[in-house]
Every structure is written in structure tokens, then in C-alpha cells.
Ligand binder design. Sequence first.
Ligand SMILES: [Fe+2]
Length: 291
Amino acid sequence: MKGPLSFEYARIAVPDAVASRRWYEINVGLDTASTKEGHTYLRAGLKHHALDLVEDRSLPGAVVKAFGFSVESPEVLAEIKERVRKAGKPIGEIDAMQRHFCTPDGSFSTVDPTGMTLEFFIDYQVFDQPPHREENPLFVVHPFIATEKYDEVVAFYLGVLGFKASDYIANVSAFIRSEDRLHHSFAIKRAKTFEVAHICFMVKSFDHLMRARAQAIYRKVQISIDMSNHSASKSIAFYLLDPQHGPRIELCDGHRRLTPEEHATMTPRRMAIDPRNIDIWRAAEDDWHDL
Ligand SMILES: [Fe+2]
């Protein structure tokens, strides 16, 4: 059973799209691909966009509306769609504008057990050249959601959508991968209420990471979680937060990509609940910070 190829974008409703565009350009290094029909498309690397901002002036803060995933072939897309249908989930159209940035034949949307809209399609369009902006991230890596429906959500993403488990933390967090073999292109944690805990971007180097951190400190952008060294994905990261513009934004240097053999055969670890298992730079069993 094959799952989606890659996580490609989040669609985020924001109260002020111009302000949010500026925030992502300065603090995350994203580059504007285009502004069309009420959408502001922000890119990281070669893919057409990693964020799709839509303005809703009635909102007090940003709200994530949808996640988009590319799929490697029409056959795999049809298989995922059929499994979603058999699971009794709704099948709808992808966003009308998004149809311009992929091959829309066979594309579909559905809703996961948290109510989040998911869009699936083939042939996600790319640029020939990355943005000139030096601080532009290489690509968007994953969203991380928190949900009170953890067991149902994990079962849906693994059993219906076809993601594979890379690592678990006890029975409270799941790091799951798609066919691009990144350690996790989606992650889920058990919580009392739903939230998109963060969206992760991979930067070009450790120096790029530290320069972005220096900029955030200088500009007084909130660093909601400072330097962490993740055991699961082998990445070093920090997290920015401004609720006007989106969920926490994780900037990371490095993220493990499995080999094809590991992807085919690896058994997920069941890791102990201990801060040193989530961030190996934590000092002790009671040295928690909220990731
Ligand atoms: Fe993350």
C-alpha cells in the first residue's frame, strides 16, 4: 500500500494577508510566487508554493484550513481515493485555484477525523530556479497536529491514506512518513484539544538556522521553543510564533531521509516518554518543554 508522495502546502486563513506575507518573507525567508484571486502563494525551494494564504478580515488570528499532498502517479492517487471512499469519508474537489498548480485529473479532497481538509493531486508544479532570497528554506517538511482523537487520526493516516510509521513516543505521538522517505511528513500528538502545533521548514544549513534565530531575536519575534535536537528525525530546530500569521513555524537544519531499503523494511521504534527522547539536549527526566 502506497501513501502520498510529499507534504506540499498548508492553506492558512489570516486576518491581514499583506502583513502575513511580509512576516513570512522576513522571518521564514519565504518568497512570493504569486498573488491571485485572493490567494497569496509563498514558496520554499522549487515547488510552486508551501503556504497558501487567504485573507479573512473577520478572524482574530490565523487558522489553518487545509493541507495539500502530492501523489506519485494516477494509479496511486486512485488507490488512495478508493480507500478514502471505502472508509466512508467524503470525497470533494480540491481548491479551485489549486487546480492550476497540478494536473487536476483524479484530484480530490477529503476531511480527516479532526475536520481538517486534505487535498491530493499528481504533478505538483515546480519552478526551474529556487528564489534568489538566500534565506529561502529548501522545502516545507511537515505539519504537526495535536488532537483529542489521536487513535482515530493515526489509524486514518496509516490505514487509509497509506502513510508509514517511522517512530512513536509511547502511545502519545506518532511520526509518520510518505513516499518521499523523509522521517516524518506528518506528525500527530495526543492532546485535550485540537491544534496545528507547528509547520516545519528545512533551511539550508546550521548557519542559516542560527542567522534566522538571530534575526528573530533582533526583531523581537517570539521564539516559542528555542534550540532543540530531535532524536526522531535527527534535526536541530527552533520555533517562531505569531498567532496573527499562523501556527508555530519550526525552522530546522537537517531531517533524516530514509533509504529506499529502510523505507521498505524499517520497524517503527516505540520510544519512552522522556524529554531527552524528544530533544536530546534536555538535561533530565523532568526537563520538559512543550514541542
Ligand atoms: Fe516538527
